[in-house]
Ligand binder design. Sequence first.
Ligand SMILES: [Fe+2]
Length: 196
Amino acid sequence: MSNSRPIPAFEKFIRDLRAAWAELPDMEARMKKGRKLLEELVKDPAMREAAKSWPSTEGRKNLLFYEDPECGFAINGVVRAPGRKGSIHDHAHAWTAYGVLDGTESLERFRRVDDRSKEGYAELELESVTLGNAGKVDLVPPFDIHAEQGGPTRSVAIILRSERVAGKVLQGSYDREKNTYRQIDGPTNIPFEVTG
Ligand SMILES: [Fe+2]
């Protein structure tokens, strides 16, 4: 629409992230700050309103809202269909803060219990399941194994990544039924402008 404008909370989020990247010495500290900033962003009424018209990302897609040319962090969106079954994966060496903006999702975390000696083999145990309501943000460290499951309604999440993974490096994909592990490309990034 011709009258769409940038959303102030989103612009502030980017400014505050850039300040955190400049100020803080390491990625863990930056992403812990990023998690707090994302907690504010996913409570913003203008963001929630805008998210109502974001397109579905079914078919292993992510909306790409922003990628910082200097700091390298990336901000993605995912829009899940009701009851979406998420696959088990990691995000390689990137840190990820995952914030639910609308609907509910559950985040499953897994522990790897095999000795990693067998190529293509991985045995996992479910470690925890956290229900994410709108406003909830999870921080996922590098190589942590997890799955995001959709709730009973459409759900929308905003993801802050320490860097874009898709199109740069492969990430891990796990099959718990077959106990297999392989490396795959990340979701396709679709550039999308956040406006209100
Ligand atoms: Fe993930």
